[in-house]
Write a protein that binds this ligand. Structure first.
Ligand code: IPE
Ligand code: IPE
Ligand code: MG
Length: 240
């Protein structure tokens, strides 16, 4: 059975989960943080090497200030609470997004944990924070323009690799599988460049309810897909 090397998840539905229980939205985000722990363990169990989580988009800054503050506090708490979990699972933490937008204390906590876990080569957790796919691509375009203006590169030499190498985490392979919870079926500005040949899996399950069995169901669905990357199936009929 083919296991995706990289699963990226749009963790959606925390607010609706809370609303259905008559709770404030932040309670939904707290419950969602518990799902993250479960999924990290499941990723290790099933042999998924990279897990990318869409935790906060550039557009999410437009939410009410109290929700944004609550989310930033929750993130700090999450990092503290899961430090040992990352070490136990030998997982390297990475961050992608416009980091300068984040509160200083959050950025520092992230940087500390990134440094402390950089020694783990076999598993990575990528947290997307103040992340936007268009922002990421625009930043890469700016970097290319600066390189060209300074004479470091010839504009005629700019190809896909030149763009890809200027994205936030160029060494992380493209996601094989993108999961979105809560029944929404859209990308919401997630990994626009990297999603070119990803398989998609949508589930109505709300993120706080998403557990190991749901993760396994997504992996099973992936294993049944035929990826062709624009080519044709192998003559043997084997799946890639
Ligand atoms: C996803 O849950 C978490 C974040 C975007 C931070 P939502 O907060 O979007 O939950 P819904 O979509 O309102 O249910
Ligand atoms: C996408 O969810 C962003 C994250 C999961 C962090 P949203 O809830 O913000 O997306 P829309 O607004 O429904 O498209
Ligand atoms: Mg949402």
């Amino acid at each position: 059975m083919s296991v995706p090397r990289h699963v990226a998840i749009i963790m959606d539905g925390n607010g609706r989960w809370a609303k259905a229980r008559g709770l404030p939205r932040l309670k939904g985000h707290e419950a969602g943080a518990e799902s993250v722990r479960r999924i990290l363990r499941a990723a290790k169990k099933f042999g998924v090497r990279y897990v990318t989580l869409y935790a906060f988009s550039v557009e999410n800054w437009s939410r009410p200030p109290l929700e944004v503050q609550g989310l930033m506090k929750l993130l700090q708490f999450f990092l503290k609470r899961n430090e040992h979990e990352l070490h136990d699972n030998e997982t390297r933490l990475r961050v992608m997004g416009r980091r300068s937008d984040l509160p200083r204390a959050v950025d520092r906590a992230l940087a500390d944990l990134e440094a402390a876990t950089a020694k783990y080569p076999d598993r990575e957790l990528v947290l997307c924070l103040s992340y936007g796919g268009r922002t990421e691509i625009a930043a890469a375009a700016r970097a290319l323009a600066e390189d060209a203006a300074a004479g470091r590169i010839d504009p005629a030499s700019i190809d896909e690799q030149a763009v890809a190498s200027r994205l936030y985490l160029p060494d992380v392979p493209d996601p094989d599988l993108i999961v979105r919870t809560s029944g929404e079926e859209r990308l919401s500005n997630f990994l626009l460049w990297q999603a070119a040949y990803a398989e998609f899996y949508f589930t109505p399950v709300l993120w706080p309810d998403f557990g190991e069995e749901d993760f396994k169901a997504a992996l099973d669905a992936f294993a049944a897909r035929h990826r062709r990357f624009g080519g044709v199936d192998a003559p043997s009929g084997g799946k890639s």
